[in-house]
Design a protein around this ligand. Structure first.
Ligand SMILES: NC(=O)c1ccc[n+]([C@@H]2O[C@H](COP(=O)([O-])OP(=O)(O)OC[C@H]3O[C@@H](n4cnc5c(N)ncnc54)[C@H](OP(=O)(O)O)[C@@H]3O)[C@@H](O)[C@H]2O)c1
Length: 332
């Protein structure tokens, strides 16, 4: 009672307002940029890989509210249907298709693309969002280290197989969801991992390498598509509270997780905040291509990505690595 009386003094009120304002200011600051684009995508198809969870699911909610038809590309159909239910609970009129896609299997990717090519003449957006972080070491059925295939080689093949319906749309956009972690890896580390294909240099290095690969791919693909209607950009969503940290010990441990609660609430984005830059890159009237967005603004990626020769050579190396599965550039 005495404590309550103390708080209700002017001093107590002033402290409460001051602390509240600081927390609010920090939350706003770390919540990052907000997409203010008013463009609508009525009837336009957007494919979101990993759209059943986290940033991808939040993006789907934002896009159906702007009239888009969404394809949720999920490795687990049940999770996809759950996500569809969630999105429909937010917007009864949402048009959503759930399709199976496992980026760890090239045959699954090709099957997924064949289905989409049959069902949709035009695709406005492809969001290469699915990804894994701090995943236990493993080799996919195609013989590649699992993080490299999920985050980069899979999206590389997927993107090329969907270029036809993307080119048939009046305007089309490819968004590659990268990460700031791409800066912490050197090009030599990336090349070593890509050449050996099964190499594992540590959770952070392999994750960063897969994201650097995606940024280099963005630049080179943008160049190859420069005379088409398709633009391609990379996006850093920032730090977002999602299931991607499920294997990362400081967050997968329930006690440590609980202890960090207040830090996360203030400093880490919600999925809705995290999807804002993806949304911005999909809707902005600025049709520049081969760029990198962070916090709803154009930003500079790692200097490595500014080197056109490196982007070109790494694209060639990817084609060599994927020679048994993907032999042509003719789609570009
Ligand atoms: N969260 C962050 O702080 C952060 C920061 C920078 C970048 N990112 C990037 O943002 C993207 C989205 O991640 P998120 O944070 O929203 O994490 P998330 O909630 O775990 O979502 C990742 C999605 O990818 C899917 N996925 C994983 N492996 C797949 C595979 N082999 N085939 C098809 N789908 C697969 C997951 O499916 P399941 O649900 O079946 O596992 C899930 O739907 C990722 O590319 C991530 O690297 C996130």
């Amino acid at each position: 009672m005495q404590f309550l009386l103390k708080i209700v003094t002017w001093k107590g009120i002033a402290y409460t307002i001051a602390v509240g304002s600081i927390v609010y200011g920090l939350k706003k600051y770390f919540g990052g940029g907000v997409c203010y684009c008013t463009a609508r995508l009525d009837g336009q198809v957007v494919v979101i890989t990993g759209g059943n969870s986290g940033i991808g699911k939040a993006l789907a909610v934002e896009l159906v509210n702007r009239g888009a038809t969404i394809v949720l590309a999920c490795r687990n159909i049940e999770k996809g249907l759950e996500a569809k239910k969630h999105i429909l609970s937010k917007n009864r009129k949402a048009k959503i298709f759930v399709k199976h896609l496992d980026l760890c299997s090239f045959s699954s990717i090709v099957k997924f693309c064949d289905t989409l090519n049959l069902e949709f003449n035009e695709i406005y957006g492809l969001v290469n969002n699915a990804g894994i972080f701090y995943h236990p070491y493993g080799i996919t059925e195609d013989g590649f280290e699992v993080t490299l295939q999920t985050n980069y080689l899979g999206p590389f093949i997927l993107t090329h197989h969907l270029l036809k319906p993307l080119k048939q749309s009046i305007h089309a956009r490819i968004i590659n969801v990268a990460s700031d972690e791409h800066r912490r890896v050197s090009i030599n580390q990336l090349i070593a991992i890509s050449r050996t294909q099964k190499d594992f240099k540590g959770h952070f290095v392999n994750y960063g390498a897969s994201k650097l690969a995606l940024v280099l791919f963005t630049k080179e693909l943008a160049k190859k598509l420069q005379n088409t209607n398709v633009i391609v950009n990379a996006v850093d969503p920032g730090n977002v509270e999602t299931a991607i940290y499920r294997n990362f010990y400081p967050l997968s441990n329930p006690v440590l997780y609980a202890l960090q609660w207040i830090i996360r609430v203030v400093l880490v984005k919600t999925p809705t905040e995290g999807c804002q830059t993806l949304l911005h890159a999909l809707l902005t009237p600025n049709r520049t291509t081969g760029q990198y967005y962070a916090d709803c603004k154009l930003a500079l990626p790692s200097p490595v990505a500014a080197d056109e020769r490196i982007c070109r050579e790494y694209y060639q190396l990817t084609l060599e690595v994927l020679a048994s599965w993907f032999s042509t550039e003719s789609e570009c």
